[in-house]
Design a protein around this ligand. Structure first.
Ligand SMILES: Nc1nc2c(ncn2[C@@H]2O[C@H](COP(=O)(O)OP(=O)(O)OP(=O)(O)O)[C@@H](O)[C@H]2O)c(=O)[nH]1
Ligand SMILES: [Mg+2]
Length: 447
């Protein structure tokens, strides 16, 4: 424990009314501060003790349960106290004020987890996973975050890092010999040891898309002409009447967004205004918003009225996005003009016919490109990891080029060290003040 550090305090549960609220206190003065504000029996650590939080004059603020965790056996690694009080805004605020008055400092967002990291309780991937667990929107996202919190990703990266350290040691031993260049045999051996690390990095890289999907959801835009059943599809997928549906063309004016858990994959469903020629100012603004949503779409669900003959589509699918065409209103019978159309999914929002097939197709299309990799949904690296992995990969490729060109070995060593530095940044094993701010700024207070 670092005695220089402040003792920090915060409300760990959401501000507002609830049955209970929990406050946290962590740092070298956590126990003395607790003793000052708490009246109750003393008891062993990790045991809840019933007592009272009192003001300076001894008057009651609230009856609470208080638990002491002696560092390093605590979440932060420091002496920590948790206070469970009644879940009212005023009462939790009054207790927090009392703790601050007794010498604690108000914690910043993520500061408890940051201390856990600085005290070696978590590596940086695990610290990030704390936030992923809190913000997970689907079971699959939660499972992935829990695996990362258990240290699976950290272990994989550490494994690659150790392999690279061994290569560097080999290379440096070679540098200590007086010869000027790497002889072909040593070059081959080094090559053979770098290549598996490179392929390990590629495997991690291949999980980045899943990482983004699990953390941010798939931007899914429901679009098409007016009155084809876009809002009906949104409602059908969600299972409740989120959007207004009517037989009047141009019902939806503004974009509407709602998250759907589709077999563990979070879809950010966006219902949009129908696209058509119009002079109505509000409708034009709505269509402009449809266009904006489409620009950022990863999955485009283009809805058509299957009862009517096909018409040229006004939907512009951005490059790289998945595009599915849905023929709605199949209960009214499909127009024969659609017979030749490829890749269409018949559906009836009225009866639900075709929905199971549509869902299965979406899941299959979203998961197909990594069907061979069971890691993809487990490791699912985030954007920060990906950036470091990309840089590490580039440095390793440079090192291989140097070896192939039989350059002086010092040059390959520089590249290997740079690659190592990138891997160290992923798990936080380096001097990384600047990346800490980026990582922990996403956190909520009290975590
Ligand atoms: N028979 C039948 N009618 C449907 C079906 N789906 C939607 N409708 C009807 O079609 C009309 C338009 O549905 P909406 O969901 O409001 O269509 P929209 O595409 O959102 O329309 P705008 O918001 O105006 O662009 C409503 O009267 C719906 O009840 C379907 O599968 N079968
Ligand atoms: Mg609509």
């Amino acid at each position: 424990m670092n005695p220089e550090r402040d003792t920090i305090a915060a409300l760990a549960t959401p501000a507002g009314q609830g049955g209970l609220a929990i406050l946290r206190l962590s740092g070298p003065r956590a126990f003395p501060i607790a003793t000052e504000v708490f009246r109750g029996p003393s008891g062993p650590p990790r045991t809840q003790i019933f007592g009272r939080i009192v003001r300076e004059d001894g008057s009651l603020i609230d009856e609470v349960l208080l638990t002491r965790f002696t560092g390093p056996k605590s979440f932060t690694g420091e002496d920590t106290v948790e206070i469970t009080c009644h879940g009212g805004r005023l009462v939790s605020r009054a207790i927090l004020d009392r703790l601050l008055h007794a010498g604690a400092r108000a914690a910043q967002g993520g500061e408890f987890t940051q201390r856990a990291f600085l005290n070696g309780k978590l590596d940086l991937t695990q610290a990030e996973a704390v936030m992923d667990v809190i913000s997970a929107q689907t079971d699959l996202a939660l499972r992935c975050a829990q695996r990362q919190l258990q240290g699976h990703l950290g272990e994989r990266v550490e494994h690659l890092r150790q392999a690279l350290i061994a290569v560097l040691a080999h290379l440096e031993a070679w540098i200590d010999f007086p010869e000027e260049d790497i002889d072909p045999e040593t070059g081959e051996q080094l090559n053979a040891r770098i290549l598996p690390v490179l392929s390990g990095l590629e495997q991690l890289r291949a999980t980045a898309r899943q990482g983004r999907i699990l953390r941010e959801g798939v931007a899914t835009v429901i679009c098409g002409s007016p009155n084809v059943g876009k809002s009906s599809l949104l409602n059908l997928l969600l299972g409740f009447e989120r959007a207004i549906v009517s037989e009047i063309a141009g019902t939806t004016r503004d974009t509407l967004e709602e998250v759907l858990d589709l077999e563990g994959i979070p879809l950010r469903l966006i219902d949009t205004a129908g696209l058509r020629d119009s002079a109505d100012l509000v409708e034009l603004q709505g269509m402009a918003r449809t266009g904006k949503s489409l620009e950022e779409a990863e999955l485009v669900l283009e809805v058509c009225d299957g009862h009517l003959p096909p018409r040229p589509s006004a939907v512009e699918v951005p490059p790289g996005a998945l595009h599915l065409r849905i023929l709605n209103k199949m209960d009214l019978g499909l127009d024969p003009g659609w017979n030749q159309a490829p890749d269409i999914l018949p559906l009836s929002c009225l009866t639900g016919e075709g929905l199971a097939h549509l869902k299965a197709t979406v899941v299959a299309r979203l998961t197909s490109d990594h069907a061979g990799s069971p890691d993809a949904w487990n490791l699912a690296v985030n954007a920060r990891h990906l950036q470091a992995i990309n840089k590490a990969r580039d440095h390793l490729r440079d090192a291989l080029d140097q070896l192939a060109a039989s350059s002086p070995p010092e040059l390959a060593a520089v590249d290997l060290r740079s690659a190592l530095h990138q891997l160290a940044e992923i798990v936080g094993r380096t001097d990384i003040e600047e990346i800490l701010d980026v990582v922990f700024s996403r956190f909520c207070i009290g975590k």
